[in-house]
Ligand binder design. Structure first.
Ligand code: AOS
Ligand code: ZN
Ligand code: ZN
Ligand code: ZN
Length: 424
């Protein structure tokens, strides 16, 4: 399925007059509109290889068909997203699900689609077919050294594959923990995990990072060995300068103040990256911005403030990735919606009047501070996000174009109705 430039141009020219009317209005309202547009053009979101098929729960899975059957088709799907929105410029691979047999061919395909490789993900939460030891009772934390060794070796193998491809980071998410009180010695589990991570860390090339992802619960329901940002930060600090915390928005206990967590991790120079999604209850993995758009904006508000305070490059210094699962929506439509929501929250954060906010904070003017944030959140900046796409050669309305070209039907035609993407 290919969308040609002229098709995008003709779609855009139909919408142009209306778009320009809206843009003119926002550009007058927002003093740094041009700067925001340029930053949006530079900003890219990594798409997870495991989110391109229909997700499911233990109660069932209802595919919409045409799912990518292999790594090549996953790359093609992301290339299509990127063509539509010019903001999905990288792919995050999961090993062994996405192990590339022909590395040069995969690299060529990624380059041809205008993409790059985001963080590599290891998998020690499932047992693979010909594996010697089981991860039923954990991997890097395991009481048996042989199991830990197997999990360490797997992570080192993922780094090796990532080096070949040209990735620069490894994300470690562990299901390790315990289901019942008494099952685990917390201190020993932590120490085993730390030692295992240290061996993995030692295998990192000089220009690589490792992201330690935390998660409050699931699949373990009593304790998780990397259960919150404090534990992740402990590991990252003990590991060294190449280790960072990864924040997945769905991995907190209810009502956690994620924006404050982000601010402090940034202050410590230990925020590595994100898994964007949204949730109402737990690790729901819903479309970014679909439940708590104000929270997403507040997170970006801290990100912009903190990155600017540290002189960081917004687009390059952190790993911006989506981690989502799609049960009822078309995965590609859902990803377009997530990217749009992330871009919008970023634009809103960039539009905050920082000088005025700092002054309100210094004067303890609480009402004024709230007004400043809500002014940014409530101004409709979607025309700026659309303008960034337009200038980057993408579609003014990606989802509409996706539907107009019957992309899903075309994918079903070429791949079949009963395809299953590897992954979750
Ligand atoms: C699991 O809950 C984590 O969010 C992981 O980052 C991710 O979903 C997983 O690695 C994909 O299987
Ligand atoms: Zn995640
Ligand atoms: Zn998760
Ligand atoms: Zn999640």
């Amino acid at each position: 399925m290919n969308i040609e430039n002229y098709q995008i141009e003709s779609h855009n020219s139909d919408l142009l007059a209306k778009h320009q009317r809206k843009l003119a209005f926002v550009t007058e309202e927002v003093s740094n509109a041009q700067d925001i547009i340029q930053k949006l053009i530079d900003f890219q979101i990594g798409i997870p290889s495991w989110a391109l098929g229909t997700g499911g729960t233990r109660f069932g899975r209802f595919s919409s068909g045409g799912e990518p059957r292999n790594i090549e088709e996953k790359i093609e799907d992301i290339g299509l997203l990127h063509k539509l929105n010019a903001a999905s410029g990288s792919i995050s691979l999961h090993i062994p699900w996405d192990t590339a047999e022909n590395v040069p061919a995969i690299k060529a395909l990624v380059a041809q689609q205008g993409l790059s490789f985001d963080a590599m993900n290891s998998n020690t939460f499932q047992d693979q077919a010909n594996q010697a030891h089981s991860y039923k009772f954990g991997s890097l934390q395991h009481v048996d050294k042989a199991v830990r060794k197997q999990a360490i070796d797997h992570n080192i193998e993922v780094i090796r594959q990532g080096v070949e491809l040209g990735s620069k980071a490894l994300t470690v998410w562990l299901a390790d923990g315990s289901c019942f009180p008494g099952q685990l010695n917390f201190r020993k589990a932590f120490q085993n995990t730390l030692e295992s991570l240290q061996e993995i860390y030692a295998a990192l090339p000089a220009d690589w990072k490792v992201f330690v992802e935390y998660k409050a619960f699931e699949p373990n329901f009593y304790s998780t060995t990397v259960g919150d940002w404090g534990q992740s930060l402990l590991y990252a600090n003990k590991l060294g300068p190449k280790a960072f915390t990864l924040v997945d928005l769905g991995h907190h206990l209810p009502n956690a103040n994620i924006e404050q967590i982000v601010a402090l991790l940034l202050m410590e120079g230990k925020l590595g990256g994100f898994h964007f999604n949204d949730s109402k209850y737990g690790d729901d993995d819903l479309t970014a911005g679909s439940m708590k758009p104000y929270q997403l904006f507040l997170i970006f508000n801290e990100l912009v403030e903190g990155m600017d305070a540290r002189g960081m490059n917004h687009s390059k210094d952190l790993g911006w990735m989506i981690d989502a699962s799609h049960n009822v929506k078309d995965p590609l439509e859902d990803l377009l919606q997530s990217v749009e929501a992330i871009m919008l929250a970023y634009a809103q954060a960039l539009s905050v009047n920082r000088t005025a906010l700092q002054q309100a904070q210094a004067e303890n003017d609480v009402a004024r501070a709230q007004e400043i944030l809500q002014q940014a959140f409530r101004t409709d900046l979607r025309p700026l996000v659309a303008e960034a796409r337009l200038r980057a050669g993408a579609a003014l309305a990606p989802l509409d174009l996706f539907r107009k070209f019957n992309v899903r039907q075309e994918l079903i035609k070429s791949r079949g109705l009963n395809t299953v993407a590897t992954g979750l």
